[in-house]
Design a protein around this ligand. Structure first.
Ligand code: PLP
Length: 433
């Protein structure tokens, strides 16, 4: 019987043979980009596909393959690849001229739309990415409290220089980090205790996104709120991914009011975006009319294309009802996929909330990054390459984010492809006890 390594090697070799144009594009890029890559998350060996076009929830690569796009640009592609209202708004903004060198009416309008959804963001400012939004939120917390220490979570991800998979990263910004276990208030309290008077902020995702779509338990997240108050620290809720879980993000679903919230991804309509905001008393520090205002510059903070695309998306497309339907579809799909895996006796599962999910190569409860320690990545890799061969694109790490055009037919197609993969490879996949 073939083993998992042989099956994976065969799948990868078939992928390589089928994608000569992508391989060439990647090889060319290695001359100027380390490993041919400028965005770490996208790379996987032997080389990632080079995409050339997208429409709705479909993608086409340089070798002419068409894919069902279940990745949705790691949540930034919420509107799909060709939403007419966004294309029209960008075209109109283009016609009005790029880089207008001053305020425009658009940034205030977009900020008001964000505020309408997230009342805890009494005042907010724009950045160019979620990373930058989190950097600014932490800078705000440090400036406000006069402290430097920040409590974060193992498996958390807040940006390229704010990454805590495995506990941290050599290229993280040099805050004084205290890294605790997610969904474990006792661990948090024990680690925070020696630093009580020095804690500037608790920075947390309401669901670990990159860390494996592990939902934060309501009691845990509310417990962090209480702990922050107790320590005189700010609670910074990173809703860069989870903001799509309802009209007002996961904070609205939980009745949780952070001091600061960070946003990113789809809010820019598919263009580069970030925002941070919260209590007016805090954010007022950035009011340039103040004598000692904090500086927050950024050439592209109000760039006309992002402002126009973001505004069109929020005002013309993303109603509360559509978001609710999208997340209900995600819940239904995740339930269906998990039922299929159980039925087939495969010890794998999809974790997540609403339209966000992650394939895990193990069964059982997943509450923190530690619960994934025993996960064998080869199983995820095999499913990934086999889905790719069937015209289905997800993240190599097993992450999926449904977009608005990802309809019931797309869900059926995804489930059918997964079922086929499981049928073909069941003896190689981890079995339920
Ligand atoms: N915060 C979370 C929860 C994220 O998932 C990400 C990106 O995946 C970021 C922050 C960083 O956002 P960006 O990639 O726009 O810098």
């Amino acid at each position: 019987m073939r083993n998992i390594d042989q099956a994976l090697a065969t799948a990868i070799e078939r992928y390589r043979q089928a994608n000569p144009a992508s391989e060439r594009i990647h090889a060319d890029a290695t001359q100027a980009l380390p490993g041919g890559n400028t965005r770490s998350v996208l790379f996987f060996p032997p080389f990632p596909p080079a995409m050339v076009r997208g429409e709705g929830c479909r993608l086409w690569d340089a070798d002419g393959h068409a894919y069902l796009d279940a990745l949705g640009e790691f949540t930034a592609g919420l509107y799909g690849h060709s939403e007419p209202a966004i294309r029209a708004a960008v075209a109109e903004a283009l016609a009005g001229g790029l880089s207008l060198s001053s305020h425009t009416a658009r940034e205030g309008a977009l900020a008001r739309e964000v505020q309408r959804r997230f009342p805890s963001m009494e005042l907010l400012r724009f950045t160019n990415s979620g990373t930058e939004a989190n950097l600014m939120a932490l800078a705000t917390a440090c400036a406000h409290t006069g402290r430097r220490k920040v409590l974060v979570f193992k498996g958390g991800y807040h940006g390229g220089v704010l990454a805590f998979a495995g506990g941290g990263s050599p290229v993280n910004v040099p805050h004084e980090w205290i890294v605790a276990r997610y969904n474990d208030l006792d661990d948090v309290r024990a680690r925070a205790a020696p630093h009580r008077g020095e804690l500037a902020a608790i920075l947390v995702e309401p669901m670990l996104g990159s860390g494996g779509c592990i939902p934060g338990e309501p009691a845990f997240l509310h417990g962090l709120r209480a702990l922050a108050d107790d320590c005189g620290a700010l609670l910074v809720l990173d809703e860069v991914m989870t903001s799509r879980l309802s009209f007002g993000g996961r904070q609205a679903l939980l009745g949780l009011r952070p001091d600061l919230t960070t946003l990113g991804k789809y809010f820019g309509g598919g263009l580069s975006f970030g925002a941070f905001g919260g209590r007016a008393g805090l954010m007022q520090g950035y009011d340039p009319r103040g004598e000692r205002a904090w500086q927050h510059a950024g050439t592209f903070n109000n760039n006309v294309l992002t402002m126009a695309a973001g505004l069109a998306g929020l005002t013309q497309v993303l109603t509360a009802e559509r978001l609710q339907a999208l997340n209900a579809r995600g819940d239904a799909l995740r339930g269906r996929l998990n039922a299929l895996l159980v039925e087939q006796g495969v010890a794998m599962q999809f974790t997540g909330l609403g339209s966000l999910m992650q394939l895990q190569p193990l069964a059982g409860p997943v509450r923190s990054a530690d619960d994934l320690a025993a996960a064998d990545d080869r199983f995820k890799a095999l499913v990934f390459f086999e889905l790719l061969a069937r015209g289905v694109f997800m993240a190599r790490r097993g992450f999926m984010a449904l977009s608005l055009p990802f309809d019931d037919a797309a869900c059926d197609a995804f489930a059918a492809a997964l079922e086929d993969v499981v049928n073909v490879h069941r003896p190689l996949l981890p079995a339920c006890d």
